[in-house]
Design a protein around this ligand. Structure first.
Ligand SMILES: [Zn+2]
Length: 315
């Protein structure tokens, strides 16, 4: 696997030691979160996160995971930092423009990092899919913020279902840039990304089924690209708040917060930051879903001749 590993607490990513602050008396950087309801710091410190895309969403996701004290975080992105990223991608500063995002992200994260091993990989996730698979095999949760289109999202969902790990995906609405949508998918139960959609290209789905997904060397030439999201605009608060929601949904599930709240983690949250309305849905698996048929336990048996369930989608 390419890329390099940054670990420890006293480097800025360039190997130079950072002087210790003699006035700093850190007793426990996780003290405040440990005091929250149902928190389990030991469980959090055993987590390995795979962050797909360190852009508007992934920057804030990665910062969340490091600040919580995850054991390890993989950062995957093929892009370099552009000047128009600086309005909202919180890990980057002016001197990062023109450099690979993942290395700049790892450098920035080190300033907030007490224990997390950071693994930045400057790769094209679609073309070098097998490297994504290898990272996912080592991960306990996945955050998908890569804008490549719906079929990329289905491929990630197929992968996570096959491996039995929870994942979330999300981004800003490309039309307004002020609305965010986030989907959470548990490891095996509940819907997957395919359950929430009605894709046209069934022949593409047939190639990325859970039974095939671990063995594909690349997704290049298999999944179509949708440029709609890259053309849209977005603002810093939509990216930041949305990414926080995305992390919250996954951590909520990992910490079994349903035992506190009495309700399952929502499947889909749609937050409109123009009207300030938040809609949330707890959805059921689609009975005809090819991914779920292959990966769910015996609890889910699709009926032979009933109409497919249709899940509500945000307006
Ligand atoms: Zn499904």
């Amino acid at each position: 696997m390419s890329g390099h590993t940054l670990s420890g607490t006293d480097t800025e990513g360039d190997g130079k030691a950072v002087p210790e602050n003699p006035n700093a008396k850190i007793v426990d950087p996780y003290l405040k979160q440990k005091r929250t309801v149902n928190w389990n710091q030991e469980l959090i410190e055993s987590q390995v996160g795979l962050v797909l895309g360190v852009g508007g969403v992934g920057s804030t996701v990665a910062m969340n995971l490091v600040r919580m004290g995850f054991r390890k975080v993989f950062l995957i992105d093929r892009d370099i930092v552009d000047d128009h990223n600086l309005n909202r991608q919180i890990l980057y500063k002016k001197e990062h423009v023109g450099k690979p995002k993942v290395f700049c992200a790892a450098e920035a994260l080190q300033a907030h990092n007490y224990r997390t091993e950071l693994v930045p990989l400057h790769i094209d996730a679609v073309a070098q899919w097998q490297q994504v698979v290898q990272c996912a095999r080592q991960s306990t949760c996945v955050f998908n913020g890569i804008d490549f289109g719906d079929y990329w999202d289905y491929a990630v969902s197929s992968l996570c279902r096959k491996l039995g790990i929870p994942h979330a995906l999300g981004g800003t609405d490309p039309i307004t840039g002020h609305a965010v949508f986030y989907d959470f998918f548990a490891e095996r139960h509940g819907p997957c990304a395919l359950c929430l959609a009605e894709p046209k290209h069934r022949e593409v789905l047939a190639r990325i089924l859970p039974e095939h997904i671990l063995d594909l060397p690349t997704l290049h030439g298999i999944i179509p690209k949708d440029d709609q999201y890259r053309k849209g605009g977005s603002v810093v608060w939509a990216c930041g708040a949305g990414a926080d929601i995305m992390v919250g949904m996954v951590i909520d599930h990992i910490l079994h917060m349903e035992t506190v709240t009495g309700r399952p983690t929502p499947t889909r949250i749609f937050f409109n930051m123009l009207s300030w309305e938040l809609e949330k849905y707890t959805l059921e698996p689609l009975q005809t879903c090819e991914f779920c048929r292959q990966t769910q336990s015996g609890a889910f048996v699709p009926p032979a001749d009933t109409a497919p369930a249709v899940n509500p989608l945000p307006k």
